[in-house]
Ligand binder design. Structure first.
Ligand SMILES: *Cc1c(COP(=O)(O)O)cnc(C)c1O
Length: 373
């Protein structure tokens, strides 16, 4: 058997992530490696932290990039904050809300599940009722941007509700960060995690994470040890925040962090609000084009995510054939349906660097061609 270097074609990624990566971010990966405790690298990590604080709109001292994908960010929130026996209200309106439930179960805590129909925003009234029925609940957990369905939930109201009932909020912002309005401090988010490969348009494998002071004090006052050594954030805190005492915890993914720094720099240079506006404008163009093709959205207009467009596959159209056609003829990837929507929906991502006019135009042309074939 003979092996060769792997040289993939240049695809255009318009699925649920990973998203397109700009040439500048990609090339930052090939800069010379330095030691992860090199003073120059530590200086860059200080900037990563400051840029993440900007992206999250937070002053949280504990704001880091976890060396693992978004799923690990989710797990880090649950294993660090939640102790066995705690009651956690979990809002479930798609695949990722259900993963939160699985996390709660695995830390031996008690999930109080608030179900909302897939494709809709989390129902505030139901969450309030769950809080009234469970005065001993300690956390409210929800997904801001449900990538499985393309629905956005009202994070600001949900966090206010959690605080009114003395609960901390745990928020999944994997798909929302950089793509839609998100204000960690103003909205009172206590624990939040994201992913590098969605609207930040960086390589997969890093999870931005931020904890409020209240969340940090919950972690510091735990009665039990965090089950996971690697995800125990009390062990990592000194690396990220101790003045000059960067001690070894694990080897940081050095070059991936160059790419995160570069992508956060682009977001900062563009301006967060400009990025939100760009995602919205590109989404509106795409939606107009899709409607012309007779394609219907799953989510009602006011609850739609601009960066994740979930649409019904037209009757009689072969899901896999169309997606393969786009890949083979246009080097274009769109996402398949997930969970309840498998085989019934496509998910067109307009995330980060992918949210550009030429991509919208290409996607509409390619889709029209594929449907005509
Ligand atoms: C992609 C995604 C995750 C998981 O992130 P990975 O990097 O794939 O582990 C979690 N939550 C949401 C909402 C996502 O879209």
């Amino acid at each position: 058997m003979s092996f060769q270097s792997f040289n993939p074609p240049r695809r255009i990624l318009m699925g649920p992530g990973p998203s397109d990566i700009s040439p500048q971010v990609l090339s930052s990966l090939s800069r010379p490696i330095v030691g992860h405790l090199d003073p120059l690298f530590i200086g860059m990590m200080d900037e990563v932290k400051a840029l993440l604080q900007y992206a999250f709109q937070t002053k949280n001292e504990f704001t880091i990039a976890l060396s693992a994908p978004g799923s690990a960010g989710m797990e880090a929130c649950f294993v660090n904050l939640v102790e066995p026996g705690d009651k956690v209200i979990v809002c479930r309106n798609g695949v990722f809300g259900d993963r939160m439930v699985q996390n709660v179960i695995r830390v031996d805590a008690e999930p109080i599940i608030v179900d909302t129909t897939w494709g809709r925003a989390v129902e505030i009234d139901k969450v309030e009722q769950a809080l009234i029925d469970n005065p001993d609940a300690k956390f409210v957990a929800f997904v801001h941007a449900e990538t499985a369905t393309g629905a956005v939930s009202d994070a600001k109201t949900l966090c206010a509700l959690a605080h009114k009932h003395d609960c901390l909020s745990i928020v999944d912002a994997v798909t929302s960060l950089g793509g839609i309005e998100l204000r960690v401090d103003e909205w009172g988010i206590d624990a939040i995690y994201s992913g590098s490969q969605k609207c930040l348009s960086c390589v997969p494998g890093l999870s931005p994470l931020s904890f409020s002071e209240k969340a940090v004090s919950v972690i510091k006052n735990r009665k039990t040890l965090v089950q996971s050594w690697f995800l125990d954030q009390s062990l990592v805190m000194s690396y990220w925040s101790g003045e000059g005492k960067r001690s070894y915890h694990h080897t940081a993914p050095v070059n991936s962090l160059y790419a995160l720094h570069e992508s956060l720099l682009h977001l900062h240079n563009e301006g967060l609000e400009n990025s939100w506006d760009r995602h919205k404008a590109q989404h509106e163009d795409l939606a107009r084009g899709l409607e012309k093709l007779g394609i219907k959205f799953i989510v009602p207009k006011e609850e739609r995510l601009p960066q994740l467009n979930a649409i019904y596959i037209p009757d009689g159209v072969d899901d896999v054939k169309v997606r393969n056609y786009l890949l083979n003829h246009y080097n274009l990837e769109i996402g398949a349906g997930l969970g309840d929507f498998a085989g019934k929906a496509w998910r067109i991502g307009l995330m980060g660097y992918a949210a550009r006019s030429e991509n919208v135009a290409l996607c509409l042309t390619a889709l029209e061609d594929a449907l005509n074939q």
